[in-house]
Design a binder for this molecule. Sequence first.
Ligand code: CA
Length: 229
Amino acid sequence: MKKILIIEDENSIAELERDYLEISGFKVETENCGDIGLRRALQEDFSIIILDLMLPKIDGFEICRQVRSKKDIPILMVSAKKEDIDKIRGLGIGADDYVTKPFSPSELVARVKAHLSRYERLIGNSESKNDEIKIRGLRIDRTSRRVFLNDKEVTFTTKEFDLLNYLASNPDRVFSKEELFDRLWGMDSIGEIATVTVHIRKIREKIEKPASDPQYIETIWGAGYRFKG
Ligand code: CA
């Protein structure tokens, strides 16, 4: 569950924000003092921070600046005054968004969701490049070496997985059977080029529906195979 930190010294506002966010499925923590809020923001893992500007001990400007210097999680700033918003912009302290009080709680929830998904896309991109390939209902999880078709797991042998993963990692490139054999079975292995054909057929039986009309691995006549990107 996504965890949100609200740093807000007006309890009625903090409660309103918390209620709406909890209804939307988030876990919410609140702090009403700037120094403790800052410490928790730095030490704990939150998905987003909703930050009031005027706070006891340490104000929202300083909290934003310090959190931003250490973490790139979204920070949504809340203020009662339009001038403050202009100041936040002018200072360039790295807040991702600004909401003026009074705000509608549903708007706040919508903004929180938008920032979270944008942030996840950002992180997701760098991670999923190594860990996962998702294409047209097919998901190849490289970390656990598992394959899913429309969210149902399909059992793959080691070599079948290696072959599918290799092709899918190089989409739209044609590989000859010889290349694939050299790459995946190696020079030392016992086997022959026909092994590649057999493995391709087995993979297709598992992921192509129907196997006679492949939408993932195409046969390029006289050249080899290509994974459709
Ligand atoms: Ca305040």
